[in-house]
Design a protein around this ligand. Structure first.
Ligand code: CAA
Length: 397
């Protein structure tokens, strides 16, 4: 069992659930169009598939689907705050979380706000949530990370798209993960990835983004250590932001080398491998990705009770944060592991032609008036736009 610094009372993740798009494409389909070996994606990027939303899904529908089982289990009586993290926002003013608030029937005495800083903002949300709960342990906070990752078609970045949402309930005396108090942060103005207002897809300097990610992780780790964080050797598993799963492996090897760790490459890879199972099949879910890594780890075979997990969160532009937590006894009873795995398998397999059609359909969604075809089997759907007002409804409506 680890010795560790936590707040009093213990604050952390009391529940966690995810949702993704209704469809999946095997990256061999893209390899065919790009004229490369599938191994470039399967091995070189560590990605086998990516999720593709249905025409009537978006960040709101995925977010509501991820959060619904949490509200069903815990109710909303203690909920005071919803923090919605995204970098693929659907409105410049209104928080996507307000739509989710209505879809889930949450009480009016709840504050809702959206946070943005590329893939990092869910981590800021988690820290803000922990502070609110520490101030009043009777309250809970719902943190939702939801994104659809889109790059220019036929660019090298296209195979690193994806879509997904993770919802987490932050509470005192949490059932799953107790957060330790030390955190390390790092900010550097760098143009490695951004999305100007005129563009529906992100602009990225791929090679720069990889080095900026590694520099930021190193900086955040150093700050974490200087503020009483655990030594590298005291951490059992590391959850990294995973734009593609190989990035986590690269970053972990890089961090270990920079710290002079004596762990072998096999030992280092073994610390990461159990965190990659969901991202490998979903692709980049931007803000949600580091927490999908946690979910994959929790849903795995290893008994993690009492284990320390470090989180390395990165958002291009760039902000990084490192923090850690200890897995609580009995955590498995709070998970939905079978349902999580089933959700990935239940997605409809699409070929390249259908995938390209879905992308084209999505590009026409954000107009003054449009109807979306009924496609999704998820609990909530994006029905279209009427007079610039986005319409969301239960799929059963
Ligand atoms: N078999 C096995 N491996 C192969 C192969 C084959 N047949 N062909 C190529 N590879 C390997 C390459 O050797 C390379 O591996 P290494 O990096 O370990 O050498 C890997 O496959 C990728 O090949 P390339 O470097 O040639 O790939 P690329 O230039 O086509 O694009 C990319 C890769 C730069 C990541 C691009 O997909 C991209 O720009 N993606 C978006 C940006 C991104 O994800 N950046 C990550 C950090 S930024 C971040 O994390 C924030 C965020 O979410 C975006």
């Amino acid at each position: 069992m680890n010795t560790y610094q936590t707040s009093s009372p213990a604050v952390g993740i009391d529940d966690i659930a995810f949702a993704t798009g209704a469809n999946r494409i095997d990256l061999a389909e893209l390899a065919g169009r790009f004229g490369v070996e599938p191994a470039k994606y399967y091995v070189g990027l560590g990605q086998s598939e990516m999720s593709v939303p249905a025409a009537d899904e978006d960040i709101v529908t995925m977010a509501a689907a991820a959060a619904a089982p949490i509200i069903e289990r815990h109710g909303s009586g203690r909920l005071r705050t919803v923090l919605f993290a995204t970098e693929s926002g659907i409105d410049q003013s209104k928080s996507a979380g307000v739509y989710v608030h209505r879809l889930l029937g949450l009480p009016q005495a709840v504050r809702v706000v959206e946070l943005k800083q590329a893939c990092y903002s869910a981590t800021a949300a988690l820290q803000f949530a922990a502070a609110l709960v520490a101030r009043n342990p009777e309250e809970t906070v719902l943190v939702i990370a939801s994104d659809v990752a889109r790059y220019e078609l036929h660019s090298n970045a296209e195979p690193t798209q994806g879509a997904g949402a993770v919802a987490m309930l932050v509470a005192a005396d949490p059932a799953i993960l107790e957060l330790e108090t030390a955190t390390g942060v790092y900010t550097q103005d760098v143009m490695d990835f951004w999305r100007p207002n005129h563009s529906a897809t992100a602009i990225v300097d791929g090679k720069l983004s990889i080095s900026a990610y590694q520099d930021a992780i190193e900086g955040a780790w150093a700050d974490y250590r200087s503020r009483g964080g655990a030594d590298f050797s005291e951490v059992d598993h590391f959850c990294y932001h995973q734009p593609f799963t190989k990035m986590a492996i690269k970053a972990h090897r890089h961090l270990a080398k920079s710290l002079g760790s004596e762990r072998t490459q096999e030992e280092l890879d073994a610390q990461i491998e159990p965190t990659t199972g969901y991202n490998r099949r979903i692709g980049n879910s931007y803000t949600a990705s580091v927490y999908l890594a946690l979910l994959a780890l929790l849903d795995g075979d290893e008994d993690l009770t009492g284990r320390r997990i470090a989180f390395l969160s990165y958002g291009s532009g760039a902000v990084a944060e490192c923090f850690s937590g200890i897995v609580r006894p009995g955590y498995r009873s709070a998970l939905r592991s079978d349902a999580n795995r089933a959700q990935l398998d239940a997605r409809t397999v699409v070929d390249d032609a259908r995938y390209l059609q879905l992308l084209e359909d999505a590009a026409s969604a954000d107009v003054h008036d449009s109807d979306r075809p009924r496609e999704t089997g998820a609990p909530f759907r994006f029905a279209g736009v009427v007079g610039d007002r986005r319409q969301y409804e239960p799929t059963s409506a």
